[in-house]
Write a new protein. Structure first.
Length: 390
């Protein structure tokens, strides 16, 4: 975000070119990679993501009138809409994320002012690294600073999640928006998605977070994401007949699940087993990372992948190939698919000394197995959203 940053300088120039005046604010919100705790957030469970040093960036200035003019430098496209009741659009569909956030400000009675925005991103789109959450969070921060209001950080994350669910139509959990707002540099964020308590855990020295993009594009809305959510609700409802106090799969132990297995169809049982065991893995993983036991932490990543693959059925062949190739490199401590699945990325914990070997082995192996090129990003755990007056 420093003044010498070429991405920043070019976006500030673009703002000037498009709007004929300089920007007044700089805003950036990070994408994320989830270390462990997949498909647990909407089950009131635990997650352990880190924000990454890839961002949605915005150059912003207030303007008279009740409109937002937003220019996407990546798409070379302008979208203008009213602060009050902006319609959902099919062209410039990236602007729906901004529109959705404005709708939530209005609904909560948070003051807004008109603004001009030029935006661009270094979070790959549609790769499962939460470019959409980053876009929502950056929009909320831009609206906040332009109107000069205070907003609680957890409230900001909830507002952005509501924008995604109500305006974009993905029934997502809270993880992505939460970490994009509240992350701190050098750490991962352990979140209890029931009471939204959280704490940072430093990532160990000597290991890198490596993200491999399968380049298989996901489409959350059209995917089985919402269906998985419904299956979890059905499993909870069936188990509630014998366990009336449970509110979500978070409240079930593995013993209870085994005891009442006959109440569930095979599919619902496996979905529930993933969630229940994944919550256990997250708690254990956070403890192991805290104690610096990276080998044991890494094995939990592999176990998580197997569970997502077999029980939750959200992996795909390309992600399985990436995990398998990663496991063959001796400096890899753990690997798994990350995010919603059905394509997108894997997250890998790799010893610093093995990163180049990893890159070559996985890139070449993937090409051989699939005929496709993957992308490999070595990520640094980043801080959450920030803004700067220019
Ligand atoms: C997407 C959603 C999150 C979470 C993950 C799966 O990223 O936005 O809320 O459910 O999938 O863990």
């Amino acid at each position: 975000m420093g003044k010498g940053d070429p991405v920043r300088n070019s976006l500030l120039r673009k703002f000037q070119e498009v709007f004929g005046r300089p920007a007044a604010w700089w805003v950036q919100a990070p994408g994320r990679v989830n270390l462990i705790g997949e498909h647990t957030d909407y089950n009131d469970g635990f997650v352990f993501p880190a924000a990454i040093d890839r961002y949605i960036q915005m150059a912003v200035a207030p303007r008279d009138g009740r409109e937002i003019r937003a220019y996407s430098a990546d798409f070379g496209e302008m979208s203008t809409f009213p602060l009050e009741d902006p319609p959902h659009v099919a062209t410039a569909s990236w602007s729906n994320y901004l529109r959705g956030v404005a709708v939530q400000f209005r609904r909560r009675g948070i003051p807004m002012k008109g603004m001009d925005v030029a935006l661009s991103g270094t979070v790959p789109v549609g790769a499962g690294l939460s470019s959409s959450a980053a876009l929502e969070v950056a929009t909320a921060e831009a609206l906040r600073v332009v109107a000069g209001v205070e907003l609680d950080r957890v409230e900001t994350a909830l507002l952005c999640q509501a924008a995604e669910r109500e305006f974009v139509g993905v029934q997502c959990g809270i993880m992505d928006q939460f970490v994009s707002v509240l992350a701190e540099p050098g750490t991962a964020l352990f979140i209890d998605c029931r009471d939204l308590s959280y704490r940072t855990v430093p990532l160990a020295d000597g290991v890198s977070l490596v993200v491999c993009d399968s380049k298989v594009q996901r489409k959350l809305e059209s995917s089985a994401y919402n269906q998985r959510r419904r299956e979890c609700e059905e499993a909870t409802a069936a188990l509630r007949r014998v366990l009336p106090d449970i509110r979500a799969l978070r409240d079930i132990t593995t013993e209870q699940l085994e005891t009442y297995r006959s109440l569930l169809s095979d599919v619902l049982y496996r979905r529930a087993r993933h969630v229940v065991t994944e919550n256990e893995r997250v708690l254990r993983a956070v403890e192991l990372l805290g104690r610096g036991n990276l080998e044991a932490f890494g094995s939990l990543l592999y176990a998580s992948h197997m569970s997502l693959r077999q029980d939750y059925e959200v992996s795909c062949r390309e992600l399985d190939v990436l995990v398998e190739l990663a496991g063959r490199v001796s400096g890899t401590l753990g690997a798994r698919m990350t995010g919603a699945g059905f394509g997108g990325c894997t997250v890998n914990l790799v010893r610093d000394t093995a990163v180049e070997e990893f890159r070559t082995a996985v890139t070449e192996g993937y090409r051989e197995a699939t005929g496709m090129d993957c992308a490999v990003y070595v990520c640094r755990p980043s801080g959450g959203v920030l803004s700067e007056r220019l």
